[in-house]
Design a protein around this ligand. Structure first.
Ligand SMILES: Cc1ncc(COP(=O)(O)O)c(C=O)c1O
Length: 405
């Protein structure tokens, strides 16, 4: 609960993103703590039975039970909403729980969704499999071809869902163009902003209605917790999402909310540094003989380079993918030769992570589906952290040299 009637932090009205990132939330408690308090409590005590009844009936705004209201969670929600530029936000137990909450809140049997075919695999399975079971239809279209999105619209289309840049090939979609398609048909546009975070990209500025986050990634930024959030209007959050949260309970734990809240304080500085490190790595990889192709939105060779630079504050983000010669054996050789990069499928950490998408994050797809998504066996994804760039180059050079004929 963003808690519209709860007290606000005493900030001037025109403070900028970096100030909001360290200060927005709730005022301190009666003890005047400077770092935000962690309210690890399941429930809240009421002064008398009549007040408890008024609070349960939503006649008086107060914290009641941490499945749907907790001050630490509210602080995280207010701060993230301020960064995304939305009126409200609701924290969830994971990024997938955020998507589940949104779909449950907005859709009913007979409704239709148009979704990019390049979104996170579990998002596709959730829509096609689980929501398909309950009579929600979905059409999957090219991330970058607006005509396909327009052509897939039906009278019962309620939601368009995109993720930009996409994982792992960093395909960028035109948020403003998709918002026009959605609004022209009375539908909403949701954007998964996991890869850029609000430090680089605020999708509402380009017309998106709903922002999805996996807080597990850059918002925490240090690989510690699983968390998620949906940012949108007060009306959408309070009328469509809060009732589902109250009944279904995909709640964000106060502890994880606190970790994400503190992560948001360094988000902007981390995103810019990691994005610059990623570009340095991308340029270096492009010069390597054993590398066939490099994907990073800041490279002029990226197919949506100009759009990405306009939409993402001139930054490419921290993910670089590249195809090496020698297919799977070549990719494995490079991954196995690293001593610094963490071999893991997670991303958004200060520690650089290295992944072979075809056998991990996209391992459950058929080879045909993988090829349609551009995931070849020689593809490696690097989610660049704050490690020294020269150390990272040396870490990859070891395998690249061993691969050379
Ligand atoms: C773009 C994107 N969205 C959503 C998710 C799901 O987030 P979580 O793992 O927090 O459920 C992920 C996870 O990797 C992701 O990469």
């Amino acid at each position: 609960m963003t808690g519209k009637k709860l007290p606000r932090v005493n900030l001037p009205p025109d403070v900028r993103l970096d100030t909001l990132a360290v200060r927005e939330g709730l005022p301190p408690s009666q003890w005047g703590e400077n770092s935000e308090a962690l309210f690890l409590t399941s429930s809240f005590v009421h002064p008398d039975a009549a007040t408890a009844a008024a609070r349960f009936a939503n006649e008086e705004e107060a914290f009641v039970y941490s499945r749907f209201s907790n001050p630490t969670v509210t602080m995280m929600e207010r701060r993230l909403a301020a960064l995304e530029g939305t009126e409200a936000c609701i924290g969830t137990s994971s990024g997938m729980a955020a998507i589940l909450l949104l779909l449950m809140g907005l859709l009913k049997a007979g409704d239709h969704v148009v979704c990019s075919q390049s979104v996170f695999g579990s998002t596709i399975r959730l829509l096609q499999g689980e929501f398909g079971k309950f009579g929600v239809q979905s059409t999957f279209v090219s991330q970058t071809d607006v005509a396909q999105w327009r052509g897939a619209m039906r009278p019962n289309t309620k939601l368009l869902f995109a993720e930009t840049p996409s994982n792992p090939l960093t395909e960028v979609c035109d948020i403003a163009a998709l918002a026009q398609v959605a609004h022209g048909a009375g539908a909403l546009l949701a954007v998964d902003n996991c890869f850029c975070s609000p430090a680089l990209q605020q999708p509402v500025k380009w017309g998106a209605d709903v922002i999805i986050h996996s807080g597990t990634k850059y918002l925490d930024g240090q690989g510690r917790v699983i968390a998620g959030a949906v940012c949108a209007s007060e009306q959408l959050v309070n009328e469509k999402l809060v009732p589902v949260m109250r009944s279904a309970g995909m709640s964000l734990s106060p502890f994880n909310a606190w970790v994400v809240l503190k992560g948001l304080e360094t988000l902007s500085i981390r995103m810019r540094a990691q994005s610059e490190h990623a570009l340095a790595m991308a340029r270096w990889l492009e010069s390597q003989a054993m590398v066939e192709r490099v994907y990073h939105p800041s490279l002029p060779s990226h197919p949506q380079h100009e759009l990405a630079m306009a939409q993402q504050s001139g930054q490419g983000g921290a993910v670089v993918s590249f195809i090496v010669k020698g297919s799977r054996a070549g990719a494995f050789k490079i991954i196995d030769a690293t001593r610094i990069c963490s071999i893991t499928a997670n991303l958004g950490d200060t520690k650089t992570t290295i992944t072979h998408p075809a056998s991990t994050s996209h391992g459950r797809l058929s080879e045909e589906q993988r090829l349609a998504a551009g995931i070849t066996q020689g593809l490696i994804r690097l989610a660049v952290g704050l490690d020294d760039v020269d150390d990272l180059k040396a870490d990859l050079a070891r395998g690249l040299v061993a691969l050379a004929p």
